[in-house]
Design a protein around this ligand. Structure first.
Ligand code: ADP
Length: 302
């Protein structure tokens, strides 16, 4: 696969370009099992349902789960196109690149930072994404070195942090928020997953893990709260069957929750930068507002 195009800036640093990708957004979580990958897949589909062009990079190199969730066969390598870039898999209108496409068996247990960065450069710059409104990067869980290296090697316009409502999970999610703050990556918002239980029989909501924790944390840290997704056994079933619930039952409580979150995310991204959180808006047809990138660094401040 070809590496992404690069030119030199005035200060001699290489400028990496992702032509046609408007927003590169990391989806992160403090710990595993909070539903980060499920959220990435369903959010991508909810944005697609709103008419956006969306791609997903499954950066969870050691535990890639998005292809299974989206019904993409594992171990079927992408085709290399004429320009040397890989054609992404496409599922339910969403473009996807994942380690699971390259190998269906387990990947090496230990991947050091530089290797992870190389994979990411290949997965992002070496893929023919075409024009995209959003490229979601499903980061591996945690806030260790691997996540830090990844977040630094990707030209991010912002990050989303996924948490469950338990205090312990929220406390760990704070670390993720702090990591992005240190990297000067704008936090686009917090998503609370498994926030309440909706009874499949009577539709009554029960806050199994307490209520409002995600919204409170977002408020305390002055970052947007994008919304909560109910705990629903149908999510597991749909993910295992490769047909995410947003596609299967868009009108259900989970489908509606994602629709709201997609709307809130779009609204946050559209905010002017003076308000602190708004990101650039890159009009690739006119080539206006293109952010300067630097490999190995996040978006450079103007
Ligand atoms: P992570 O990427 O954070 O490790 P996953 O997305 O793999 O987490 O989800 C972990 C498990 O939780 C999966 O079995 C998934 O189907 C399930 N899950 C995710 N979100 C929900 C939800 N809202 N309700 C019920 N189960 C969920």
């Amino acid at each position: 696969m070809a590496s992404s195009e690069s030119t030199s800036t005035e200060d001699g640093a290489a400028e990496e370009m992702l032509p046609g990708i408007r927003h590169v957004i990391a989806v992160a979580s403090g710990k595993g099992g909070v539903g980060k990958s499920t959220v990435s897949a369903n959010l991508a589909l909810a944005l697609t349902a709103k008419g956006a062009r969306v791609g997903v990079v499954d950066a969870d190199i050691q535990g890639p789960s998005i292809p299974t969730m989206m019904g993409v066969p594992r171990g079927v390598p992408p085709e290399i196109e004429e320009d040397g870039r890989a054609g992404p898999a496409v599922s339910h209108g969403v473009k996807l690149m994942s380690m699971a496409l390259l190998a269906d068996d387990d990947t090496p247990a230990i991947l050091r930072g530089p290797m992870v960065t190389q994979y990411m450069q290949m997965f992002i710059g070496g893929v023919n994404w075409g024009e995209l409104d959003y490229l979601l990067i499903d980061l591996p869980p945690g806030t260790g070195d691997v996540q830090l290296t990844l977040a630094q090697s990707i030209p991010l316009s912002g990050a989303i942090v996924v948490s469950t409502p338990q205090d312990v999970s929220l406390n760990i999610a704070r670390r993720g928020l702090r990591m992005f703050e240190q990297l000067r990556v704008p936090v686009l918002g917090v998503i609370e997953n498994m926030s309440s239980f909706v009874c499949p029989h009577c539709q009554e909501r029960t806050d199994v893990f307490g209520s409002g924790g995600g919204a409170r944390m977002a408020d305390q840290l002055s970052v947007p709260f994008l919304g909560g997704i109910p705990l629903d056994a149908a999510v597991v079933e749909a993910g295992d069957a490769g047909l995410p619930l947003v596609v299967k039952v868009p009108e259900g409580p989970v489908g509606k929750a994602y629709e709201d979150i997609a709307g809130n995310l779009t609204e946050v991204l559209a905010r002017p930068r003076e308000e602190g959180l708004g990101s650039f808006v890159w009009d690739w047809e006119a080539d206006e507002g293109r952010p300067p990138w630097r490999p190995g660094a996040v978006r450079i401040e103007d």
